[in-house]
Write a protein that binds this ligand. Sequence first.
Ligand SMILES: [Zn+2]
Ligand SMILES: [Zn+2]
Ligand SMILES: [Zn+2]
Ligand SMILES: [Zn+2]
Ligand SMILES: [Zn+2]
Length: 484
Amino acid sequence: MKKTIIALFVLCAMVLSMSQVFAAGESALEISKVAAKPGETVGVTVSVKNSPGITAMILTIEYDDTNLTMEKVDFNIEDNNSFKMTSPTLDSGMKITWVNGLKDFEGTWLHATMTFKVSETAPAGEYPVKITGKLDASNTKEELVGFAIQNGSITVSVDSTGLNLSKTDLKLHQGASETLTATVTPPNASQSVSWESDHPNVATVDASGKVTAVSGGAATITATTADGKASATCAVTVEAHTYTGAYQTDAENHWQLCACGDQGPKTPHTFEWVMDKVATVDDTGLKHEECTVCHYKRSENTEIPKHEHILTKTDAKDPTHQEDGNIEYWTCTECGAIFEDQEGTSFITKEKTVVPKIPHTFAPEWSSDESGHFHACECGEKDGLTAHTYGDWEVTQEATASQDGSRKRTCSVCGYEQVETIPADRPVVTPPTPSETQTQPKPSASPEDPPKTGDFAAPALWVCLMAVSGLAAALTLAGKKKRK
Ligand SMILES: [Zn+2]
Ligand SMILES: [Zn+2]
Ligand SMILES: [Zn+2]
Ligand SMILES: [Zn+2]
Ligand SMILES: [Zn+2]
């Protein structure tokens, strides 16, 4: 970045008082730090603090002349009873004269104000305005004097007006990741953005916009500009691993793989003895162990000693909607072999004895209870259980000062009616805390029990009302709040 150099030549021609009662504090030359927006003009001051006896000084200012234009320099020529600056000019041959009219140079003395115009296209950032090169300052004896220098700056901030993301929706397989790119407008605004995920358990996002899919589901990634004035979102859908296909096995476990290569959870084999050759009185048999899930085999060719089968009958059982049934069969208590005849001649596998359960038949019309409406099977199984879609409450009986009222609302889908008590408008009924209602149930209370009144009995009354609610199976706690 090209720098422009301005030379300020400061000369104190005359010192009326030669007394050297100079500054007690630290001596410094300070350039101010200011803030501006593109297109604005802004003043940057040069001040001398606790002068160490400067009578002449040349200083060179450096700044970025691509984005900053120095429009003018105003020198402080006011007489403040201490100093007077005369004939200041700004060019290579300029000469600034201070006349030190009094004894001291303590405190801060504004030396000059430089007016800069910030270009319309200046990128956001801090632009140094600093003293460069050797600072040449001398006292009345033309000796060089030293003091601290604090450089200044113009910090340009650009309001963001928009934010675009490289993608507004993103589909990722679990474990995959993709980096989103954010573009802030206008282009000279700070391009730095912060990232946030509303469901980090589904998808996370790091400081660079890299989205990583954690588990199946949906998440919204939000990017926000550094000044908070613009934001944008990306809807992320994460497809969870699905472990299908051939089983992978080792001696203890089986597992499946996702199409992406991810390994599913390992599950221990569930071994069962499988008969390969049935033993008889004259001949030995063979068996092995096999996992019922993945069919991994072990203990192959285990010999079954020759023996006479001792058979136990298992009666046939009809299947239900919930449970498999079985045909009648006989099992040998010695070797576990299964036969479909009581003579033990026709060997069958355990699977062949199973009669599969009967599928549910769900009625086409709606059934309902307090939990919602559903299609029912004769066995009690519910299909498509959905919460009721209630209309507005309708007061069926107004509550009075001494008598409870009631109200109802109806599900527009199945016609289910929810009825609720409106408590009588009694004075001073303090609702119990949730812990009281949970630890003091009174299931024996009935709707006929006249509720007690008064502060002391209030919790008991509430417990009573709750019990009524439970019995009616249609009342909710919400409606028990005192109504006007
Ligand atoms: Zn996968
Ligand atoms: Zn297995
Ligand atoms: Zn046997
Ligand atoms: Zn059923
Ligand atoms: Zn309903």
